[in-house]
Write a protein that binds this ligand. Structure first.
Ligand SMILES: C[S@@+](CC[C@H](N)C(=O)[O-])C[C@H]1O[C@@H](n2cnc3c(N)ncnc32)[C@H](O)[C@@H]1O
Length: 301
């Protein structure tokens, strides 16, 4: 069976308002700009964008604008000046759940190209410490360019496989924005083709399990960690949380998102997971008008 058909078969009973979901896949993904409040203010950027003929609207996230109308051929001055970072609304949620503060030591284990690392540095007012790690050198180049463009100085960049990451310090907060199958990004183009479908033989749940375990071990006692993906796949989400709960003294904690969410799934096909995975948050594209996402806020007991 075609991978998309098999996805539809498995998830038609899981995704709320499934017909609405299918219709939404045919619409273009809405565009958002995160405003870099280290360099500028919301009002200044709105003015600058309006001068370039861009119509924007406030969102439920104070530093994020929804772009209603933009000429895609236009090179934006605000971008080159490091005043904006194009970022999906749902991609901001893991950082809000982690809520890094000005004195925190934060590790971002899978950081490139830096949407979440730079958002964290912004919320930390460029204080404390962010260690932004990624496995892939090419993607780290983009990460470093973004850090420079946005004028961030509190971030160190490292290259390592997250599952083998070594550190002399333990972190107050850790983000694992794991490599995933990216089902939350799916779109259907006018020719009926599925866009953003990744087909590979990599055993993603195995990598994700190794990453979440290592991240947990790098966390200080009572530290907070967020595990997130942009997939709706249960094995890569609740399956990975279930594994962590079996292996370590971890607790998933309540977090109230500013957008519509659904609870984690503890029964899928013939599999039953630890019921605590229901405390995770699922974000469906047609409900949040953005990429589909999953996250769990976890504390080390
Ligand atoms: C979902 S993307 C991260 C996006 C990033 N957090 C952001 O907000 O811009 C996942 C990243 O994990 C990296 N990656 C894949 N396998 C990894 C591993 N074993 N250890 C660390 N990073 C890995 C990929 O290179 C990719 O950049």
């Amino acid at each position: 069976m075609d991978p998309f058909d098999s996805f539809l078969k498995d998830y038609s009973g899981v995704i709320p308002d499934f017909q609405e979901y299918l219709e939404d896949l045919r619409r273009p993904m809405p565009l958002y700009f995160r405003i870099n409040t280290l360099k500028t203010s919301m009002a200044m950027v709105k003015n600058l964008l309006a001068r370039d003929g861009i119509i924007s609207e406030d969102t439920c996230i104070p530093e994020l604008l929804l772009i209603k109308k933009q000429d895609p051929s236009r090179q934006l001055l605000a971008y080159y000046l490091g005043l904006i970072y194009p970022q999906a609304l749902s991609s901001c949620l893991p950082v809000l759940a982690l809520s890094p503060g000005r004195t925190d030591r934060v590790l971002d284990l899978c950081a490139a190209p830096g949407g979440k690392s730079t958002h964290m540095a912004q919320l930390m007012r460029d204080m404390g410490l962010v260690v932004a790690n990624d496995r892939k050198l090419g993607r780290l180049t983009a990460l470093m360019a973004n850090i420079k463009r946005l004028g961030i100085t509190n971030t160190i960049v490292t290259q390592a496989r997250g599952e083998h990451y070594t550190s002399n310090i333990q972190f107050d907060k850790v983000l694992v924005d794991a490599p995933c199958s990216g089902i939350g990004r799916y779109r259907i183009d006018p020719a009926g083709r599925i866009r953003h479908m990744r087909c590979g033989k990599t055993d993603l749940p195995a990598i994700q399990k190794a990453l979440i375990l290592r991240a947990f071990d790098l966390l200080r006692h009572c530290g907070v960690m967020v595990y997130s993906t942009c997939t709706l796949n249960v094995e890569e989400n609740e399956g990975v949380l279930h594994y962590l709960l079996q292996k370590r003294d971890a607790e998933i904690t309540h977090w109230e998102p500013p957008v519509t969410w659904s609870p984690g799934i503890d029964k899928f096909r013939k599999q039953e997971y630890d019921s605590r995975v229901r405390l995770a948050r699922r974000f469906y594209p047609h409900k949040v008008r953005s990429v589909g996402f999953f996250l769990a806020r976890i504390i080390k007991r």
